[in-house]
Ligand binder design. Structure first.
Ligand SMILES: NC(=O)c1ccc[n+]([C@@H]2O[C@H](COP(=O)([O-])OP(=O)(O)OC[C@H]3O[C@@H](n4cnc5c(N)ncnc54)[C@H](O)[C@@H]3O)[C@@H](O)[C@H]2O)c1
Ligand SMILES: [Zn+2]
Length: 362
C-alpha cells in the first residue's frame, strides 16, 4: 500500500493506494465517524460487485451503514437525485456527525461530495473510487458537482474528503471503455506535467491495458501524486491547476457539440489533447515530432485520435462560451515539451481552426 498526502490550506488528508484495500474501509470509517452514521452512496453496478466486501469490513467494526443507491452515470448528479439522498439521510436520522462515503466512480463521488458539503451545512466525506478516472483524478482535490439541465457541473462546491481509499484490484471489472477514460487523464498528466510518467506509459502501455498490478499501482500513484501536488499548490482552481486542463478546452467542446453522446469524456479529451498539441506546435512551443509522439501513444492506449460529426467553427463557438474563456478569449493549457507546459491565451482564430481541422475525421 502507498500513501500520498494531500494538503489544502490547513487540511491534510491521505490517499491510500494498493491492491485489496476494500477490506480496510470498515476500520477507516470507524476512525472517522466515531458514533455518527456512516452513509454509503453507491450506484447499482458497483453495489453489486463491491458493497459486500465494504459492508463486511464495517460489520467487523460494529458499523451498520446506511446504503443509498442512486442511478448510474450522470443521472447520479441531478438535483433530483441529490434531494432523494438528503431525504434518505433524514429518514435514517443522519446527524452532523455523519460520514458520507462514496463507493463508485466520479459520478458517485461528485454527488457524495456535494451532499457532504451541504447536508446540515457540511459533514465528513471519504471516497472509495472504483474507476481509474476517479482514482487518478476526481477523488482528489475536493471538487463536487451536480448537473443543471442547462449545463454539466454547474452547481458545485469545494469540500475536501477526510480520506481516499483506492483499491487497484477493483479495476479488473471496469469496462474497457471506462479504463480508457482514465488512461486519457493519465496520458494528460504525463504529457504536460511528468515526462517520466509519459515514458513509463510508452514502455508499459500493453501491461497497463492488461492491468498488470505493479505497473498499474505505479502509474496510479504517480498520477495521484501529480493531482495532489497541483491541488495542494492551488486549491481553488487557478494558476498551476489550469495545466490540468490540457486537452479539456477542445475536449469539452467536442462533448458539448456531440450532446455528450458520441464520445466519452476520456475519448473527447484524447482528441482534445491532439488538437491542442497541434496548437502548441503551430505556436512553436513543441515540434511536429512531439505531436506525433503523443498521438502514437494515445492510439496505443486505444483512444480515438480523430473526431467525427463536428466542425472547427462549431467547436470554436462553444469554446468562446466556456467558463475557462475570459472576455471571449480562449485559453489553453499547452505543452512546451513532454512533461511541461504553460497556460496560453490564443487570439489567432485561424491557427486554432487549422489545428482542429487536423483532428477532424471523415
Ligand atoms: N470532481 C472532480 O474533480 C472531477 C474530475 C474529473 C471528472 N469528474 C466527474 O467524474 C464523472 C465521471 O466519472 P467516471 O468516469 O468515474 O464515471 P462513472 O462514475 O459514471 O463510472 C463509469 C461507469 O463505470 C461503472 N463502474 C465504476 N466502477 C466500476 C468497477 N470497479 N467495475 C465495474 N464497473 C464500474 C459505473 O457504474 C459507471 O457505469 C463526470 O461526471 C465528471 O464530471 C469530476
Ligand atoms: Zn478530465
Amino acid at each position: 500500500m502507498r500513501k500520498i498526502a494531500v494538503s489544502c490550506g490547513c487540511l491534510e488528508y491521505p490517499v491510500l493506494i494498493g491492491a485489496g484495500l476494500l477490506g480496510t474501509v470498515g476500520g477507516a470509517a470507524k476512525g472517522l465517524a466515531g458514533d455518527g452514521k456512516v452513509v454509503i452512496i453507491t450506484v447499482p453496478p458497483v453495489r453489486e460487485l463491491y458493497l459486500e466486501s465494504v459492508a463486511s469490513s464495517m460489520d467487523i467494526e460494529g458499523i451498520e451503514p446506511v446504503v443509498i443507491t442512486v442511478p448510474d452515470g450522470e443521472e447520479a448528479k441531478t438535483p433530483e437525485t441529490y434531494l432523494y439522498v438528503v431525504g434518505r439521510m433524514l429518514d435514517a436520522g443522519a446527524g452532523r456527525d455523519s460520514l458520507v462515503l462514496s463507493l463508485g466512480g466520479g459520478c458517485a463521488g461528485d454527488l457524495a461530495g456535494f451532499v457532504a458539503s451541504t447536508y446540515m451545512r457540511g459533514v465528513s466525506l471519504a471516497h472509495i473510487p472504483t474507476t481509474l478516472l476517479a482514482q487518478v483524478d476526481s477523488s482528489i482535490g475536493g471538487k463536487s458537482a451536480l448537473n443543471h439541465p442547462r449545463a454539466k457541473n454547474l452547481i458545485g462546491s469545494f469540500h475536501q474528503p477526510k480520506l481516499v481509499i483506492s483499491d487497484t484490484r477493483v479495476l479488473a471489472t471496469l469496462p474497457t471503455k471506462e479504463l480508457r477514460c482514465g488512461l486519457a487523464e493519465v496520458l494528460k498528466y504525463g504529457a504536460i506535467l511528468d515526462g517520466g510518467l509519459f515514458r513509463i506509459i510508452e514502455q508499459r502501455a500493453g501491461d497497463m491495458l492488461a492491468l498488470e498490478e505493479g505497473v498499474l499501482e505505479d502509474v496510479i500513484c504517480r498520477s495521484a501524486e501529480i493531482k495532489a501536488r497541483v491541488v495542494s499548490l492551488d486549491e481553488k482552481d487557478r494558476g498551476e491547476r489550469m495545466l490540468l486542463n490540457f486537452g479539456h478546452t477542445v475536449g469539452h467542446a467536442i462533448e458539448a457539440a456531440t450532446c455528450y453522446r458520441n464520445y466519452s469524456h476520456g475519448e473527447a479529451v484524447a482528441i482534445g489533447m491532439l488538437a491542442e498539441a497541434r496548437i502548441a506546435a503551430q505556436l512553436g512551443m513543441i515540434s511536429d515530432g512531439t505531436v506525433d509522439r503523443i498521438e502514437a501513444l494515445a492510439s496505443r492506449l486505444g483512444l480515438p485520435t480523430r473526431v467525427k460529426g463536428v466542425t472547427a467553427e462549431g467547436l470554436i463557438g462553444i469554446m468562446k462560451g466556456d467558463k475557462k474563456a475570459e472576455r471571449g478569449e480562449i485559453r489553453f493549457a499547452l505543452p512546451d515539451a513532454i512533461g511541461s507546459g504553460a497556460v496560453v491565451e490564443v487570439k489567432d482564430r485561424a491557427l486554432i481552426e487549422e489545428a482542429i481541422k487536423g483532428v477532424l475525421g471523415d
